[in-house]
Design a protein around this ligand. Structure first.
Ligand code: C2E
Ligand code: MG
Ligand code: MG
Length: 396
């Protein structure tokens, strides 16, 4: 970690000195400090190399941490941030979304009091994330680029398995859009989905993703690998009255039945156009599609929506899964979600299962299915069978 540079932004003198000492003990090459947001911005704008990581206290007088992170993100004054606070995941999610929209990475949060172990665990993420996603920078993508990518089949589904926690058996795959550019780089959806949504291209993209994914499913079916298919649906597609009939057609035309397909809808967005959206959801359900509430716990009015919409599945957001063994609040959200799901007879998938400890905790709590890097990151369709052959559930 000696090449890393970290700036601590913390108003509380004792806490700040503590952070500096721990970072030095961890062998961080360059450590700097500021006592509040204004001071930090002043330092950061003074020129010189941007620090790799900012360790930011959220609760500061004057300019709070969230406002500060907003400024840093917009002006690209640092590469990544760590939030020091006992923040609940929904709020951390908001901060993450805000930061990411500007191309700033949020490595995670550390609960106070800081310790060496906690800091070193999140800082480890810096390297990992750097190597895992070389596409983390902000890409300059235009609408024409995306149109062309769609027309020339450069956008394709990759697949990430969902496996039963009880016995490790793969039961489904989620299709996740990837853009394979001519220079060989793989671009993740955060760089192009929002633009397709804003510009009215997401409908065409989803039809294409659905058709391609069904073709892959048919391919695996014929080789004896029976997996359900999960597809992400942008909220505004629910305003399209023709969606239910069209999805049924697409699926059938490619050798798949609607009851083998689960449509994942992000919770925060479900109710953008309430009445019409409900109608489309009801008709999709009537045709046999499963309906999953994605990123559960991070949106609004989840309970009201759950009672109105005929969901069949709930996906616990990865923000609650990572770190849940040590953070009682996250664990409580998982337990409550599982309880609710049981009572409403919904299937449950936990997202972002990265470690054997995550797996163990979810198994202990009686969660049904797991998806995450522990099993495998998303892979291209032609690699899925080999990946699943290698997969073994953790032994305890
Ligand atoms: P999502 O539907 O919640 O998908 C889960 C995301 O978590 C995926 O990111 C996946 O690669 C990532 N992930 C899976 N396991 C782990 C893990 O163990 N740790 C961590 N840190 N991350 C993990 P991805 O592929 O970048 O997709 C991001 C989002 O983009 C998706 O979130 C989904 O909302 C959207 N998206 C992807 N494909 C499509 C699509 O075809 N249509 C639409 N409308 N949205 C899509
Ligand atoms: Mg999803
Ligand atoms: Mg999700």
């Amino acid at each position: 970690m000696s090449e890393l540079s970290v700036m601590v932004v913390e108003d509380h003198g004792f806490q700040r000195r503590m952070a500096l000492r721990l970072l030095t003990e961890l062998g961080i090459g360059e450590v700097s400090e500021a006592a509040d947001g204004h001071g930090a911005l002043h330092l950061l704008q003074g020129g010189g190399r941007a620090p790799d990581v900012l360790l930011v206290d959220l609760d500061m007088p004057g300019m709070d941490g969230i406002e500060f992170i907003g400024h840093v993100a917009q002006r690209r004054l640092a590469h990544a941030v760590i939030v020091a606070s006992a923040l609940d995941p929904a709020l951390l999610n908001t901060v993450q979304t805000m930061a990411r929209a500007y191309g700033l990475r949020v490595l995670g949060s550390v609960e106070k009091p800081l310790t060496r172990d906690k800091l070193s665990a999140v800082l480890d993420g810096y390297d990992e994330k750097l190597h895992a996603y070389d596409d983390d920078e902000v890409l300059d993508v235009s609408l024409d680029d995306i149109r062309e990518a769609l027309a020339s089949n450069e956008i394709e589904p990759w697949f990430q398995p969902q496996v039963e926690l009880g016995n490790g058996k793969p039961v489904a795959v989620e299709a996740l859009a990837r853009w394979r550019r001519r220079d060989g780089r793989i671009v993740r959806p955060m760089h192009f989905i929002p633009l397709t949504e804003r510009e009215g291209l997401v409908g065409a993209m989803t039809d294409y993703m659905l058709a391609q994914s069904c073709r892959w499913k048919h391919h695996w079916d014929q080789r004896g690998l029976r997996l359900n298919l999960a597809i992400n649906i942008s909220p505004q597609l629910l305003a399209d009255e023709g969606a239910a009939d069209r999805y049924q057609d697409i699926v059938r035309r490619n050798g798949v039945e609607p009851n083998e397909v689960v449509l994942e809808i992000t919770e925060s967005s479900v109710m953008a156009d309430a009445a019409r959206g409900l109608g489309v959801l009801a008709r999709l359900r009537l045709k046999g599609f499963g309906l999953s509430i994605d990123d559960f716990g991070t949106g609004y009015s989840s309970l009201a929506q759950l009672s109105q919409i005929p969901f069949t599945e709930l996906k616990i957001d990865q923000g609650f899964v990572s770190g849940a063994q040590s953070q009682p609040r996250k664990r409580a959200v998982i337990e409550a979600s599982l309880d609710l799901a049981r009572k409403l007879q919904l299937d449950v998938v936990a997202e972002g299962v990265e470690t054997v400890e995550d797996w163990q905790m979810l198994a202990d709590l009686g969660c049904g299915m797991a998806q995450g890097h522990l099993i495998t990151p998303p892979v291209p369709g032609n690699e899925l069978m080999a990946v699943l052959e290698r997969w073994r559930r953790p032994e305890f």
